[in-house]
Design a binder for this molecule. Structure first.
Ligand code: E4P
Length: 285
């Protein structure tokens, strides 16, 4: 199946498994990229060996092997590789990891958490020409800080990943955040591209496309549903209406401040960072 002609949004797979890359390519006939994270890589490694316990370096080597395998299957796509980080990880440590991971494959986007340390790392790495994907985004202020911290990078080099499903989980309409960031970035012609993540259902998939996301990353099962629907694409007016979710209003954030000035604190970012670190550390012997 070639890409639907009405679809300009790039479609990524959200998985730490090269087997999923292969089966998605078979399913869709194309794939624009793949996102990995520590939890997804842990899941893929456990699927092969439920009792896996590795030394730190062996675990990094396993991650490298996985992304190299994925990269070979989608050489013209983007593969996101996430640095290890917890609340105490400083920017310099993320920068060192990012530089190293960027040598693993030619088509990497280095995933960094949207924390103060992550933004500082993004500022340095994009200045060196490293492509980044800023993850664990839950607010418009965080999106503005990403724009400011990576200002000067070219379009295509900076992705931003709002987690719609995790906002829904706590009663807020995650798709609203996609609309708010999309409107804010359009107004200023931002270089940052929106990559909708934490997609839980086909409604998220269609609504985020209608809301103006540049890219969407989905687990294989959502792409299976999309294929079963004969690759439907939404009308621009498609909306995600859920009475049980509160809407996220426009925060009226300007993009002109320096990145250090935005209030980027968010509980879900802190909790998400901790969960990624826990899932990663659980693999270490
Ligand atoms: C991808 O970039 C994200 O890490 C992923 O979509 C998170 O999904 P989850 O909220 O289902 O864990």
């Amino acid at each position: 199946m070639p890409r639907p002609t009405t679809l300009t949004t790039r479609i990524f797979l959200d998985s730490g498994s090269p087997d999923d890359t292969r089966s998605t390519l078979d399913l869709l006939g194309f794939l624009d990229g793949q996102t990995t994270n520590p939890s997804l890589v842990a899941k893929a490694l456990r699927a092969d060996n439920p009792d896996i316990a590795l030394k730190q370096q062996e675990l990094m080597d396993a991650y490298k092997g996985i992304v190299q395998n994925i990269s070979q299957m989608i050489p013209h796509g983007s593969v996101s590789i996430e640095v290890y980080g917890d609340k105490d990880t400083v920017a310099e440590t993320m920068i060192t990891q990012g530089r190293e991971m960027n040598t693993w494959i030619p088509n990497a986007h280095i995933k960094l958490p949207t924390t103060k340390a992550g933004l500082e790392a993004a500022n340095v790495l994009t200045g060196e020409g490293v492509r980044v994907n800023m993850t664990l985004i839950f607010s418009q202020a965080q999106a503005a800080a990403v724009h400011a911290a990576t200002f000067g990078a070219k379009k295509g080099d900076v992705f931003l990943s709002p987690f719609v499903g995790r906002l829904d989980d706590r009663g807020e309409n995650g798709i609203d955040l996609i609309s708010r960031i999309s409107d804010m970035y359009k107004k200023e012609e931002s270089h940052v591209e929106i990559l909708t993540a934490s997609v839980r259902n086909i409604d998220h998939f269609l609504a985020s496309i209608a809301a103006g996301t540049d890219i969407i990353t989905c687990p294989k099962k959502i792409l299976d549903e999309w294929a079963a629907s004969n690759f439907i694409t939404p009308e621009a007016t498609y909306s995600y209406t859920r009475d049980d979710l509160s809407s996220i209003p426009d925060a009226s954030v300007s993009l002109t401040q320096s990145w250090q000035e935005y209030n980027i604190q968010h509980d879900l970012t802190d909790a998400g960072l901790q969960k990624f670190a826990d899932d990663w550390n659980a693999l270490i012997a």
